[in-house]
Write a new protein. Structure first.
Length: 116
């Protein structure tokens, strides 16, 4: 093999390496864009559904307050009762379902970020 052929081969390897790096960089940029977009879309979807669910829960709570008020004839005590019920539900969800919620979020995030 002559020095000229060796020089041509080295030049070809250099060009191929440069092309590979540029292609890899473009792929990772596109992959990052896809993952960020999926994350933003999931966040917006969760916020929209969460806001509507919160609004519905709020309305049902107010209806519950007025239903309790019609029974006990004390509006302030009705708000306290509904507030205590909400606190009990929050504590139950926290202590009973904390691990399941964390696991579900971890699985969902892993699928979004690790799967292509």
């Amino acid at each position: 093999m002559s020095l000229s052929e060796l020089s041509d081969n080295v030049h070809h390897v250099k060009e191929s390496s440069k092309e590979y790096l540029e292609t890899s960089l473009a792929y990772y940029r596109l992959s990052l864009f896809k993952k960020v977009t999926k994350g933003i879309a999931s966040t917006v979807k969760i916020l929209a559904v969460g806001a509507l669910a919160f609004l519905a829960f709020f309305m049902f709570s107010i209806a519950g307050v007025f239903a309790i008020d019609s029974s006990i004839q004390n509006l302030a005590l009705s708000f306290v009762i509904v507030g205590v019920i909400h606190l009990i539900i929050a504590l139950l969800v926290y202590y009973l379902f904390r691990k399941q919620i964390e696991k579900a979020i971890l699985i969902k995030a892993s699928k979004d970020f690790l799967d292509d």
